[in-house]
Design a protein around this ligand. Sequence first.
Ligand SMILES: Nc1nc(=O)c2ncn([C@@H]3O[C@H](COP(=O)(O)OP(=O)(O)O[C@H]4O[C@H](CO)[C@@H](O)[C@H](O)[C@H]4O)[C@@H](O)[C@H]3O)c2[nH]1
Ligand SMILES: [Mg+2]
Length: 210
Amino acid sequence: MEQITKVWLGPLPADSPYVKPFRFYYVQNGKEKNWDLLKVHDSVSIVLYNTTRQKLIFVKQFRPAVFHGIVTTDGGNVDNVDLKKYPPSLGCTMELCAGIVDKDKSWNDIAREEVLEECGYDVPVERVEEVMTYRSGVGSQGSKQKMYYCEVTDADKSTSGGGVDDELIEVVELSIEEARKMVQQGSDNNSPPSCLLGVMWFLMNKAPKQ
Ligand SMILES: Nc1nc(=O)c2ncn([C@@H]3O[C@H](COP(=O)(O)OP(=O)(O)O[C@H]4O[C@H](CO)[C@@H](O)[C@H](O)[C@H]4O)[C@@H](O)[C@H]3O)c2[nH]1
Ligand SMILES: [Mg+2]
């Protein structure tokens, strides 16, 4: 699915549109301190539930940062890494449908667009409900993510999804029981906390009571 054939590293160009590193200085309790941080885009995530088939909809994709973390924690060198020893599938994650806020559009419109681009469901923006906001990576980035909830049906499906431009995204459907297991027992699918939070929120507030 991920189709990765080669991996290597390089320095971060100063004009990256995605991450800008800074050293932040401040005086606290009379003492000068500093903190190294990364400015990254804010983002939206969407808990998607298909009521026709009673499935939660997730996206699976190769995440370079996760692959890097796995290889280096294991003591490996990512630069020109041996992909037989470290298969790229190690860096694939199960996530909520999500996207960065990098356009001159409302957050709700961006959430609606991600549902269409990544998962293929074409819904009017009114059907995308705001749930909560939180901060990710508070030690290094502190970016805001707003979580949404959207119920979809098979009739809303207009494309197979999979992302735009060069994105390679797999749409994955889980039953409520399978999603419950993911947060009860944990799993080895590299899910970020935002995805686990979204599933727990759904189970507490939306899942049909048994
Ligand atoms: N981030 C990035 N760095 C690059 O160097 C980089 N180079 C190219 N790109 C392109 O930017 C687009 C980013 O895709 P999305 O808008 O769908 O955003 P996500 O990657 O899904 O990230 C969100 O959702 C995650 C899960 O909740 C959260 O962890 C993130 O914080 C949150 O932003 C893709 O077209 C990708 O090809 C980069 N994107
Ligand atoms: Mg995305």
